[in-house]
Design a protein around this ligand. Structure first.
Ligand SMILES: [Cu+2]
Length: 263
């Protein structure tokens, strides 16, 4: 037998590792400014995941270095290692602990997702079209007026983005909103976000989609409802027919007139 593991010391080293890694990682603002109602909740989730990951990483490192130090062969020792037939307590522990961590992380993520995707009473629908290598946008409530490379949304109103891809998979990401969703050819995906800070942001394609992927960006303007109404009233182009077909196939889109409620 190897004797008992120095459990208390190993646990102390694991906790110390968790504290040090967390102290380095938590103050970093990984995604910049928070500009949607979902952002603080997602950032908090990320913080919890960082602490959990720091704990698991520290535990593995402590066990690894303990084993390296404790069971190192003496110089000149050419004999076989001791035969080992399992350790029930250890096996129960390394099954139970990860199970608890994964169930907790899954449950917590589920709760956050449920919360941030809860539908508001009067959402604004915006159709998003993505193709190599450009973004364009339509406002169904305004008779599908269409704009390229830049879109505006009112502040403090829930937006339901209906995503369409014309060729390959693209992905919709506005870092300050934290929301990220794939645009997949043949189906319509939905992203829900409530921007809560006026400003200009960047929409970034975050799915490697070809040669021009890095330049596939669009300007995002979050403004007051009045300014938004003015901007959208100035749009005079309608969605081109090939793009419109991908809207028609989406039987979920339920245009909410821009005039109703907040916008
Ligand atoms: Cu891309």
């Amino acid at each position: 037998m190897y004797g008992r593991l120095p459990i208390v010391k190993m646990l102390a080293a694991t906790v110390a590792g968790t504290v040090v890694i967390s102290a380095v990682m938590l103050p970093i603002s990984w995604n910049g400014q928070e500009a949607s109602t979902a952002a603080p909740k997602i950032d908090q989730l990320l913080d919890v995941m960082i602490i959990l990951s720091a704990f698991v990483f520290s535990l593995v490192m402590v066990m690894l270095f303990y084993a390296l130090w404790k069971f190192k062969a003496k110089p000149g020792d050419e004999s076989d290692g001791e035969p080992i037939h399992g350790n029930t307590r250890l096996e129960v522990a390394w099954t139970l602990i990860p199970t608890i961590i994964v169930l907790f992380a899954g449950g917590y993520s589920w709760a956050v997702l449920n919360d941030i995707e809860e539908k508001a009473d009067n959402p604004l629908t915006v159709d998003v079209f993505s193709q190599q290598y450009a973004w364009s946008f339509a406002y169904p409530g305004k008779g599908y007026v269409w704009t390229e490379g830049e879109f505006h949304v009112p502040v403090n109103r829930q937006i339901q983005f209906k995503m369409h891809a014309q060729d390959v998979i693209h992905s919709f990401w506005v870092p300050e909103w934290r929301i990220k969703k794939d645009n997949v050819p043949g189906i319509t995906t939905t992203a829900i976000v409530t921007p809560d800070k006026i400003g200009t942001y960047q929409l970034i394609c975050t799915e490697l989609c070809g040669f021009g992927h890095a330049s596939m960006r669009a300007k995002v303007v979050v403004e007051s409802p009045a300014k938004f109404r003015e901007w959208v009233a100035g749009l005079d182009q309608k969605v081109p027919q090939p793009l419109m077909e991908s809207v028609v196939q989406d039987d979920e889109t339920d245009p909410v007139p821009l005039g109703s409620g907040g916008a």
